[in-house]
Design a protein around this ligand. Structure first.
Ligand code: IDP
Ligand code: MG
Length: 139
């Protein structure tokens, strides 16, 4: 059965460019409830751990550097079928391939600076949520 939470990050460049509000508006309009939210700046080591799954990829080091380059907004989002529906809302990893109206199509700058993160499965949604949020920070 599909889970009802996903985890998302508004990435540094989008946050810096004033896109937090517009991105949250699209998330809200798509029917997601915000269960937890905070702004923080990851250390290089924290970003390494978060993206550990991509350690062997050629883009790993640049990605870790980028993700620790400025403040991000982390959030847990609630909705039926959250992981799949959120992946649909954000669009393809590569914004040039993202469907019209998706968050990445609208707000991404590049493949790396693609505005938002979204969990890829229920198991990772839980792992990623636990990485950022204590129980008392979730509602
Ligand atoms: P996803 O964010 O759509 O799940 P992943 O394949 O998990 O995509 O990649 C994680 C992040 O790494 C992407 O969101 C993007 O910021 C970055 N990334 C992925 N592929 C590339 C690449 O080929 N070049 C540079 N950055 C990449
Ligand atoms: Mg991914």
């Amino acid at each position: 059965m599909a889970g009802n939470i996903t985890f998302s990050i508004i990435k540094p460049y989008a946050a810096k460019m004033g896109l937090i509000g517009p991105i949250l508006a699209l998330i809200n309009e798509a029917g997601f409830k915000i269960s937890a939210i905070k702004s923080e700046k990851l250390t290089f080591e924290q970003a390494e751990e978060f993206y550990n799954i991509h350690k062997s990829k050629p883009f790993y080091n640049d990605l870790v550097e980028f993700m620790s380059s400025g403040p991000i907004v982390a959030m847990i989002l609630k909705k039926e079928n959250a992981v799949e529906d959120f992946r649909e809302l954000i669009g393809n990893t590569d914004p040039s391939k993202a469907e019209k109206g998706t968050i990445r199509e609208k707000f991404a700058d590049s493949l790396q600076k693609n505005a938002v993160h979204g969990s890829d499965c229920d198991e990772n949604a839980i792992i990623e949520s636990d990485f950022f949020f204590a129980k008392k920070e979730r509602f």
